[in-house]
Design a binder for this molecule. Structure first.
Ligand SMILES: Nc1nc2c(c(=O)[nH]1)N[C@H]1C(S)=C(S)[C@@H](COP(=O)(O)OP(=O)(O)OC[C@H]3O[C@@H](n4cnc5c(N)ncnc54)[C@H](O)[C@@H]3O)O[C@H]1N2
Ligand code: MOO
Length: 445
C-alpha cells in the first residue's frame, strides 16, 4: 500500500505515516529488554535456562575404578593363556555389587563375581565378562549370571575362565570422565538434558541461572469466544491467545494466558494492571489499528508515567506485511515491557516470531535470540507478488533447499499457517518473485 522506502536509522520517526523498518522496531525492543536477574534453581527448574556461574567438578567421575561388565574381577597372571580347552580355574571369593561399601580382596588364584558399576576390588587387576566363563556352573560358556535370589551359590565355589584379559580390561578408571577441579560447564551454557545430567552426576542440586521470563498473553475483542463454548452470531473463537501462549512456552517462557478481554478501555487497563504482578513481559493482541473499537490503542496510548522518561506504549506502523500496526513500550511501576500485536491471527503470530520471541530470549540472557534462516529455491505455480515498500512474510514449507508457499498472503489464513514450517521473506524493494528464484527463509523449527 505504501511506496515508502525502508526508513534509515536516525531519521525522524515522529510522523504518524512514518513506516518503521522491521530492524528498527526490533532494535528498539532489544535495547529496552534486559536479561532477568539470576536466581538459584533446582536442576529441573533450570532446564532451558542460561547458566551464570562456572561449575567446577567437586569429585572425579567415575569416583572410583569400576567394572564396565558383569563378570569376574581377577588377576591378569591367573587368566593368562586361558582357553576353552585349557580354562583357568579360580576360587570365587564372593560378590561385589554396585553400591557395595565393603570390598573383598582378590588374591592369587581367586576371582570375585563383579557387577557393572561395582568398584574393582583390591588385588584384582582386570575383569573378564561372564560370557567368557562357565559362570561357576561347570557346563561351558554361559550367557549371563543367574539372579542371586535363584542361585546364591554363584558367589562361591569355582569358576572356569576361557579367555585371557589384559590389565584393566573392562575397567572404567577413576576420573576418566572428568576430574575433580575440572571445569564441568561454563557460564553462558544453556542447560539441556545432558548438561542437567552432568550437574546431577557431580552432585549439584541447584544452579544459578537466569530464570524463564513470565509472559502474560492477553487477547482483546468483544467478538471472541473461548474454544469449547457455543458461538453466537458474529462471534469467533479466540485463537490468538492460545497460539501465542504456546509460542511463548516454545520460546522458553513461563506463559500465562488471560481469556479475551472485551473492547472496553477501562476493563482492559484494569486487567493489565492486575496481571502486571506476574509478568516480566506482556503481550496483547488486537485493537491496534485505526478502528473505533481499537481498544488497546485507546487504553495504552496514555499510560506513560510522567516522572519516568521513556515509559509508556508507542503505537507505530511497520514496513511489513502482515504485522503493520504494532505497539511497544513499558508499563507499570516496574516498567514491564509490553508488545501490542495486531489482531489478525497470522499477523499476531508473525509479529510474535519477529519481535516477541527475540524479546523472550533476550530476557533469558540467550546470545542468539533469532530463528535460523537459510536461502531456498522458490517452488510455486506462479510468481509471488508483494506490496512495494513492505517486507512480506509468506508462509511456506521448507525441505531439501526448496520452499513452497502454503496458502495466500491473507492474514486471516490460520489453516495454512498450521501447515507451514517456514516464513518466506520478500524484501521491501521486491514486488514479484518468480518460481525458481532464491529467497530468504526463516525456519520455524
Ligand atoms: N482502515 C484500516 N483498517 C485496517 C488497517 C489500516 O491500516 N487501516 N490495518 C489492517 C491491518 S494490516 C491489521 S493487521 C488489522 C489489525 O487490527 P487490530 O489489531 O485492531 O485487530 P482487530 O481489529 O481487533 O482484529 C483484526 C481481525 O483479527 C481477528 N481477531 C482478533 N483477535 C483475535 C483472536 N484473539 N483470535 C482470533 N481472531 C482474532 C478479528 O476478529 C478481526 O477479524 O487491522 C486492519 N485494518
Ligand atoms: O499487516 Mo496486517 O498485520 O496485514 O494483517
Amino acid at each position: 500500500m505504501s511506496s515508502a522506502a525502508p526508513p534509515v536509522t536516525g531519521q525522524d520517526h515522529s510522523g504518524p505515516d512514518h513506516l518503521w523498518s522491521v530492524e528498527e522496531h526490533l532494535e528498539d525492543i532489544l535495547a529496552t529488554v534486559r536479561p532477568l536477574e539470576p536466581i538459584e534453581l533446582h536442576l529441573l527448574d533450570a532446564q532451558g535456562c542460561v547458566l551464570v556461574e562456572d561449575i567446577t567438578v567437586p569429585v572425579s567421575l567415575p569416583p572410583f575404578d569400576n567394572s564396565s561388565m558383569d563378570g569376574y574381577a581377577v588377576r591378569v597372571a591367573d587368566v593368562a593363556g586361558a582357553s576353552e580347552e585349557f580354562p583357568a580355574a579360580l576360587e570365587v571369593v564372593g560378590d561385589v555389587a554396585a553400591g557395595q561399601a565393603e570390598l573383598l580382596h582378590v588374591g592369587p588364584g581367586q576371582a570375585a563375581r563383579i557387577m557393572t558399576g561395582a568398584p574393582l576390588p583390591p588385588g584384582a587387576e582386570t575383569v573378564v565378562p561372564v560370557e567368557w566363563t562357565d559362570g561357576g556352573l561347570g557346563e561351558g560358556p554361559v550367557r549371563g549370571m543367574r539372579a542371586r535370589s535363584l542361585g546364591p551359590e554363584g558367589a562361591a565355589g569355582h569358576v572356569h575362565v576361557y579367555r585371557p584379559a589384559e590389565a584393566r580390561a573392562h575397567v572404567r578408571a577413576k576420573g576418566s570422565d572428568v576430574k575433580a577441579g575440572d571445569r564441568a560447564l561454563e557460564a553462558g551454557t544453556i542447560l539441556g538434558p545432558p548438561q542437567i545430567g552432568l550437574l546431577a552426576a557431580i552432585g549439584r542440586g541447584t544452579v544459578r541461572v537466569r530464570p524463564r521470563p513470565r509472559v502474560v498473553v492477553l487477547s482483546t475483542g468483544s467478538e471472541l469466544v473461548q474454544p469449547g463454548a457455543e458461538l453466537g452470531t458474529g462471534q469467533i473463537y479466540d485463537s490468538n491467545s492460545f497460539a501465542l501462549t504456546a509460542a511463548a512456552r516454545d520460546a522458553g517462557a513461563i506463559a500465562y494466558r488471560v481469556g479475551a478481554v472485551a473492547d472496553d478501555a477501562e476493563t482492559l487497563r484494569s486487567t493489565i494492571e492486575d496481571q502486571l504482578v506476574r509478568a516480566d513481559l506482556m503481550v496483547t493482541t488486537g485493537g491496534v489499528s485505526v478502528g473505533a473499537y481499537d481498544v488497546v490503542k485507546e487504553a495504552l496510548s496514555h499510560v506513560a508515567d510522567e516522572d519516568e522518561a521513556g515509559s509508556g506504549i508507542e503505537f507505530r506502523k511497520l514496513a511489513m506485511q502482515p504485522g503493520k500496526p504494532q505497539g511497544f513500550g513499558s508499563i507499570g511501576p516496574d516498567h514491564t515491557p509490553l508488545l501490542a500485536l495486531p489482531g489478525n491471527p497470522v499477523s499476531s503470530y508473525v509479529s510474535f516470531e519477529l519481535f516477541v520471541r527475540p524479546a523472550i530470549r533476550a530476557l533469558m540472557g540467550l546470545e542468539d535470540v533469532h530463528r535460523p534462516t537459510t536461502r531456498a529455491t522458490l517452488t510455486a505455480d506462479k510468481a509471488l507478488t508483494s506490496p512495494k515498500g513492505r517486507r512480506q512474510f509468506l508462509r511456506g514449507t521448507y525441505g531439501d533447499g526448496r520452499v513452497t508457499p502454503v496458502g495466500g498472503a491473507g492474514s486471516h489464513l490460520v489453516a495454512a499457517l498450521a501447515h507451514a514450517d517456514a516464513l518466506i521473506v520478500v524484501p521491501e524493494d521486491t514486488e514479484s518473485v518468480e518460481p525458481g528464484a532464491e529467497v530468504e527463509v526463516i525456519l520455524l523449527g
